[in-house]
Design a protein around this ligand. Structure first.
Ligand SMILES: Nc1ncnc2c1ncn2[C@@H]1O[C@H](COP(=O)(O)OP(=O)(O)O)[C@@H](O)[C@H]1O
Ligand SMILES: [Mg+2]
Length: 226
């Protein structure tokens, strides 16, 4: 069963009176429990694709099917609900609230979803244990190392029990040891039933995914794994 499927996605941007085509007929499906890496040079359209799949933007043409929902046919409220409940987002630059504690950051999506405080705490604690941060739950986010910040973000992304994690260059600000830990975490997340779609520059990180897709000038192609 596919978590997401993109069919014939095209994306154009209007820039200074001109139209530039960034994605050309992109086709991609990610199934449950799959860890997929998208690689490609800077400016090739990777973040654009991830933003479309994450419903942060809409394609110019083509179809995105999320579970059983054709995204185009959904209203703004339904999309917001899917984003909150079905998708976990992880970014290179973390986007944590610096003055909030680790656990407050992880609880944030549950606050938005209206989950009672006791239940929020319990769920956030479970996830922080899973990402190996039980000892830092009361620490302010701004005092964490890069690797700890990204593990906090992954706990936050998992807190609503999503179907897929979308990660855009999640190891872009990390050294190789911390990167390897983050990738191992993604592996175990996928094995536990939440798909992971990750954009990366690192061939080392991509090699640990189940499947590698190459983006070149807005076109996708499967890459044979070595
Ligand atoms: N909102 C936007 N408006 C205009 N051009 C954009 C916009 N977003 C991305 N682009 C352009 O689309 C191309 C692909 O960008 P992006 O998806 O960020 O690439 P990547 O993530 O692979 O580095 C780039 O040429 C970028 O300048
Ligand atoms: Mg990018």
């Amino acid at each position: 069963m596919n978590v997401i499927e993109c069919k014939g996605i095209c994306k154009e941007f209007a820039v200074g009176g001109q139209t530039i085509a960034v994605l050309h007929n992109a086709n991609l499906a990610v199934s449950e429990e799959e860890f997929v890496a998208i690689v490609g040079s800077s400016g090739s359209g990777k973040s654009t694709l991830l933003n479309l799949i994450g419903m942060l933007d809409s394609p110019t043409s083509g179809s995105i099917v999320f579970g059983e929902n054709e995204v185009r046919s959904l209203g703004e409220r339904e999309r917001a609900l899917l984003r909150n409940q079905m998708i976990g987002y992880v970014f290179q630059s973390f986007y944590l609230e610096p003055d909030y504690t680790v656990i407050e950051n992880v609880e944030m999506p549950l606050v938005i979803a209206g989950v009672p405080k006791k239940e929020r705490r319990k769920r956030a604690e479970e996830l922080l244990q899973r990402v190996g941060l039980s000892n830092l739950i009361g620490q302010k986010a701004k005092l964490l190392s890069g690797g700890e910040k990204q593990r906090t973000c992954i706990a936050r992304a998992l807190v609503n029990n999503p179907k897929i994690i979308l990660a855009d260059e999640p190891t872009g600000n990390l050294d190789s040891l911390n990167s390897a830990e983050i990738i191992d975490l993604f592996r175990s997340i996928a094995e536990n039933g939440c798909a992971v779609l990750m954009v990366t520059h690192s061939t080392e990180d991509a090699a640990k995914a189940d499947r590698i897709i190459r983006m070149k000038d807005g076109c996708l192609s499967d890459e044979a794994k070595e």
